[in-house]
Design a protein around this ligand. Structure first.
Ligand SMILES: [Zn+2]
Length: 428
């Protein structure tokens, strides 16, 4: 179906993300890749009699999902980042291209890429924009900015001291970065420590100033308290992970810091499911070889405790009004590509209502990455990014993974069964 045609999607029910949904059959009129009209089916059929109609009677239409945190170059099979980047850029780009298709087929029509090696992120974004390959509309940082030896410094943007930091930030923007990803603490990278801060608040403030000067957003990886404090002081727009652990690894829910998050109107990207996926991965390894080593038992223990703490943090955040959005961090760690829905489910498990959870992966994610004006809700004039799922996720959230069809800017995407063919199917 050429995307410049007008056509109508008749669906059993709708989630617009605007809080005005009536649980009755609706029609969505799409023209030139945009939503032209949305109304109750009974009201719309007459005026659009002559055009193609596609019926999804037992299905729900939602805005295309927005994953606010991806790493398309990773395999999602537990391979550590330090090993992933040993691969040549060409191989990383091919994998990223493949993964991007899996995300799209699972309903993700917009994604924010949080860091790849060298120019892999930029190249992927360009290839998708040019239509050379299929994938979500990408918002990219290119490479995360990190101290020498810091988390993901191996991607190629290490910078120390104010002069280098300013230069590197400007370089990323010159290359086309849509936002600046800052490593405020260490992480899984061997030469870094997740519990220790890396940049000072003064250094991060410089990055924020440089980014905001040209209307770019900022996001900081914070896997311990001091990093969160520094990032908030610097005025960073989004706190990623937001782990309330001190420098000794002790969990300490800091009420004052949570209040600061609310007052600063900063977004939080909790990344819950990557922890669940990590736990499942350790258990699977143990099952395969008939038991876990002492080290693995310790890892499992730590991972389980860390997940429980994060679930509690998110639960408390939701009660005091911290702005939260969904970003999978997939396919980083052992979180396979194409399973973004699991992050939305994890936020629900942490205590967000089904409706709020759906917003985190649509409207709120779009808003938090600067795409709120084009995606994240179903509304007249927006991109026709529409996810059709069988069932009703408003009652049973996991129905989100029963993908029936995905429209990106009005174009139906081939739904993969086994492997990806890359062919757009004609829907009749
Ligand atoms: Zn990440």
């Amino acid at each position: 179906m050429p995307h410049n045609q007008t056509f109508v999607l008749n669906v059993g029910r709708i989630f617009t993300g605007m809080g005005n949904d009536i649980p009755e059959p609706h029609s969505i009129v799409i023209e030139n890749g945009k939503i032209k009209n949305i109304d109750l089916k009974s009201r719309i059929t007459d005026s659009f009699k002559t055009i193609t109609k596609l019926d999804y009677p037992d299905c729900t239409a939602l805005p295309g999902l927005v994953d606010g945190h991806t790493h398309m170059m990773a395999p999602g099979d537990g391979t550590p980042g330090d090993d992933i980047v040993k691969d040549a850029d060409e191989n990383l780009l091919i994998r990223a291209t493949h993964n991007a298709k899996l995300f799209l087929n699972a309903g993700v029509t917009t994604a924010r890429e949080n860091g790849a090696k060298n120019n892999v992120g930029f190249a992927l974004q360009k290839a998708i924009r040019l239509g050379v390959t299929d994938g979500p509309d990408m918002v990219v940082c290119g490479r995360p900015i990190s101290i020498t030896g810091g988390h993901m410094g191996y991607c190629g943007s290490e910078a120390d001291g104010l002069d280098e930091i300013k230069k590197e930030t400007r370089k990323l923007i010159k290359q086309g970065a849509d936002f600046i990803k800052i490593m405020a603490t260490g992480g899984s990278t061997i030469t870094s420590d997740p519990l220790k801060p890396s940049y000072t608040s003064e250094e991060m403030q410089l990055i924020v100033e440089e980014a905001h000067r040209v209307d770019k957003l900022t996001a900081a990886h914070c896997s311990s308290i001091k990093g969160i404090e520094n990032a908030l002081e610097a005025g960073v727009d989004m706190i990623i992970h937001c782990i309330f652990e001190d420098e000794t690894g002790m969990y300490n829910y800091r009420e004052d810091l949570a209040e600061t998050l609310v007052n600063a109107q900063a977004w939080v990207n909790p990344t819950l499911h990557i922890k669940i996926a990590g736990i499942e991965d350790i258990k699977k390894r143990g099952y395969k070889k008939g038991g876990l080593s002492r080290l693995e038992i310790l890892q499992l223990d730590n991972a389980t405790r860390s997940l429980e703490n994060s679930l509690e943090t998110v639960n408390r955040f939701s009660k005091i009004g911290v702005k939260m959005m969904a970003g999978s961090d997939s396919p980083w760690g052992a979180y396979p590509p194409g399973e973004f829905v699991k992050e939305i489910l994890a936020l629900n498990r942490a205590g967000l209502s089904i409706y709020e959870s759906l917003l985190t992966g649509t409207k709120h994610a779009a808003h938090s990455i600067g795409k709120g004006h084009v995606s994240g809700i179903l509304n007249v004039g927006r991109n026709a990014d529409v996810l059709i799922v069988k069932g009703n996720p408003l009652i049973n959230l996991s129905d989100l993974s029963n993908v029936k069809q995905v429209y990106k800017k009005g174009i139906p995407q081939y739904k993969k069964s086994k492997g990806y063919s890359g062919i757009h199917t004609e829907i009749k």
